[in-house]
Design a protein around this ligand. Structure first.
Ligand code: ATP
Length: 228
């Protein structure tokens, strides 16, 4: 048996959309991840928006979007006992379930998160205890990461943007041997955000192509974001 590589993809998923699915598929392939947990944020400390829709709906949509993907698993770990909404606590909890000699953990986030990660709880500890994959997001440039990361994390950055697929794979294989890298990758993520989808839905406009099909049906059936 090879090493178990667990991806952890956290988000509010309000709603989950094709951008999320695209980056999850891309990093799963490039990093040969054994499984990706989609951790639905229960009470996200960094989202100032008050009117997130209910966790039950966000989780239902993540379940629908991942149901045909054997390696993508929805997670409610933030609701479990002694859980918190802080990434550092969730990662600690997840890492306890994996023996370090047998597995590696990769935290997956959009490049826009790189710009705010310094304000996360125990950011230095978090960023130096696990592998991270920051996926470039259209409209958000993550090239001056030195300005946004805690000092100790900067030498761990491996910027893989601009490399071809084979070069990326080779680099990942080399780097894997060292622990806890912060990879920056370009996955050609589509320019989609949950905000745009909510706006389109509430204006009664078409957003069919921006979300997985069953998620679209669910939003329409329940009129989750208003609209006609
Ligand atoms: P909102 O518009 O409500 O802020 P969002 O589209 O950013 O939502 P989240 O659930 O907050 O969706 O995203 C979870 C993670 O996925 C975040 O780390 C975010 O940066 C990343 N992400 C979301 N959409 C994309 C995208 N199109 N490209 C790259 N990363 C993305």
């Amino acid at each position: 048996m090879g090493i178990f590589r667990l991806g952890v993809f956290g988000g509010t998923f309000d709603p989950i959309h094709s951008g999320h699915m695209h980056i999850a598929r891309s990093v799963q392939k490039n990093f040969s991840l054994s499984k990706i947990l989609f951790v639905v944020a229960a009470d996200p400390p960094h989202k100032t928006r008050k009117n997130l829709i209910a966790l039950a709906h966000r989780y239902a949509m993540v379940s629908l979007a991942t149901s045909e993907e054997p390696l993508f698993v929805p997670s409610l770990i933030e609701l479990e006992s002694h859980a918190s909404s802080y990434s550092v606590d969730t990662m600690r909890k997840i890492s306890r379930s994996i023996r370090p000699s047998k597995g590696e953990i990769y935290f997956i986030a959009g490049g826009d998160s790189l710009l705010e990660v310094n304000s996360w709880k125990e950011s230095e500890k978090l960023l130096t205890s696990y592998n991270f994959i920051f996926v470039r997001r259209p409209g958000s440039d993550a090239c001056n990461y030195e300005n946004f990361l805690p000092e100790k994390a900067v030498p761990r950055v491996r910027d893989l943007t601009g490399l071809g697929r084979n070069a990326i794979r080779r680099k990942i294989e080399d780097e894997r041997l060292k622990k806890n890298r912060l990879f920056i990758v370009d996955a050609d993520a589509p320019d989609i955000s949950a905000t745009r989808i909510r706006n389109l839905a509430s204006a009664g406009k078409n957003f069919r192509s921006l979300v997985p099909k069953p998620v679209y049906s669910y939003i329409q059936k329940l009129r989750l974001y208003g609209g006609s």
